[in-house]
Design a protein around this ligand. Structure first.
Ligand SMILES: NC(=O)c1ccc[n+]([C@@H]2O[C@H](COP(=O)([O-])OP(=O)(O)OC[C@H]3O[C@@H](n4cnc5c(N)ncnc54)[C@H](O)[C@@H]3O)[C@@H](O)[C@H]2O)c1
Length: 333
């Protein structure tokens, strides 16, 4: 497997390479494995994963926020119990961010934690959701309300699976990588322009792992990964806009250098409908501001302080505490 790269966040390996999954899984011995798979994946890809284990079971989930739920969680727990899964058995999450968050949360809590393998299949999950250890389900309409930080046994990132990913979701994930390009490593943006997805994922993972290793519990440095996210989360609550699309539409509010800002806005039009996103933001400004007040990062309920990241120029950022009234000024830009 000469194309295999091994990246090392705290305590586990992330294996990255095209068509590495089955060969890699053959190296390990497993007893029982429950594959929790995204039902949009190609049938053949799901069957091949199942065939890589001597004793595998399948649980398919339709990937959406509604299914990152307590109901789905309980159904999977029931399945594990009926199959007598023990602490030495495995759950393999096979899908985009929704599936990995759900499968990881099940793995982190069943019998106080069983072994978890993560195989991301969307671009967003490959560059972001698959590393960092955050796993969660939604509850009462609140995103990621119930969750833990859990270390997987391994993460296998195989860009082969992008073959079936719809273009809109490919670009959505690329926008998260673009964010890491702006804040942490400009070479990521070059790789996006070159459509060199293996390199995009490699560099984005290296950048994220470097930050997460220094601040695994999200106390300070890891906040840089939230670049442009506060307004983006407030936008996502209001419609069918995807996470990466919303984040990218908000880059401009936090880029201080005018030339860089203009270049980025022009470039983004190659990946997202930036005009439509901008008019959505303009038409929903008040509700977006209301949503920001409920952001979980708000540190003082009287003054609504949020520690924000501003980009002086590429790969040069500063943190600054800002208030809700400052977001109003930003949105009026
Ligand atoms: N844990 C973390 O650190 C972290 C980080 C970022 C995002 N997330 C979470 O990830 C979720 C978003 O992830 P996402 O964008 O991957 O969304 P998703 O899981 O909903 O996947 C997007 C769509 O792509 C489809 N899909 C995925 N891979 C495919 C493939 N190879 N072929 C065909 N279709 C495929 C899915 O079925 C779905 O329709 C959110 O719930 C978010 O909260 C978690």
């Amino acid at each position: 497997m000469e194309n295999l790269r091994v990246l090392q966040p705290n305590k586990y390996n992330v294996y990255l390479g095209n068509n590495i999954t089955y060969k890699l899984l053959e190296r390990f011995t497993f007893d029982k494995v429950l594959v929790i798979a995204d039902d949009n994946l190609a049938e053949i890809d799901i069957n091949n994963i199942l065939a890589a284990f001597p004793n595998s079971y399948l649980y398919k989930v339709k990937a959406n926020e509604a299914n990152k739920s307590l109901e789905e969680y309980t159904k999977i727990i029931d399945k594990l119990t009926s199959l007598s899964f023990g602490k030495c058995d495995y759950i393999l999450g096979f899908g985009g961010g929704c599936i990995l968050d759900l499968a990881g949360y099940v793995a982190s809590t069943y019998k106080r934690g069983i072994k978890f393998i993560s195989v991301p299949t969307s671009m967003l999950a490959m560059v972001d959701a698959s590393v960092g250890g955050k796993v969660a389900i939604n509850y009462n309409g609140i995103k990621n309300l119930i969750g833990t930080i859990y270390t997987p046994e391994m993460v296998i990132v195989d860009p082969y699976y992008l073959h079936s990913l719809p273009l809109r979701h490919l670009n959505n994930g690329l926008m998260e990588a673009y964010k890491m390009g702006l804040t942490l490593d400009a070479k990521i943006i070059d790789a996006i322009h070159e459509k060199n997805y293996l390199e995009v994922i490699n560099l984005a993972l290296l950048a994220k792992i470097n930050i997460v290793n220094q601040d695994p519990y999200d106390n300070n440095l890891r906040h840089v990964l939230n670049f442009a996210h506060t307004i983006a989360h407030a936008i996502e609550l209001e419609g069918s806009i995807l996470h990466g699309e919303a984040v990218a539409a908000c880059f401009k509010y936090f880029i201080l250098d005018k030339d860089l800002k203009n270049t980025v806005i022009k470039d983004l039009a190659n990946y997202i409908d930036i005009k439509e996103l901008e008019s959505f933001i303009k038409n929903n400004k008040n509700i977006i501001l209301e949503n920001i007040k409920n952001d979980k990062k708000v540190v003082n309920s009287n003054n609504y302080y949020i520690n924000e990241i501003f980009l002086n120029k590429i790969n040069d950022y500063t943190f600054k505490d800002i208030q809700i009234s400052d977001y109003e000024v930003l949105l009026n830009e």
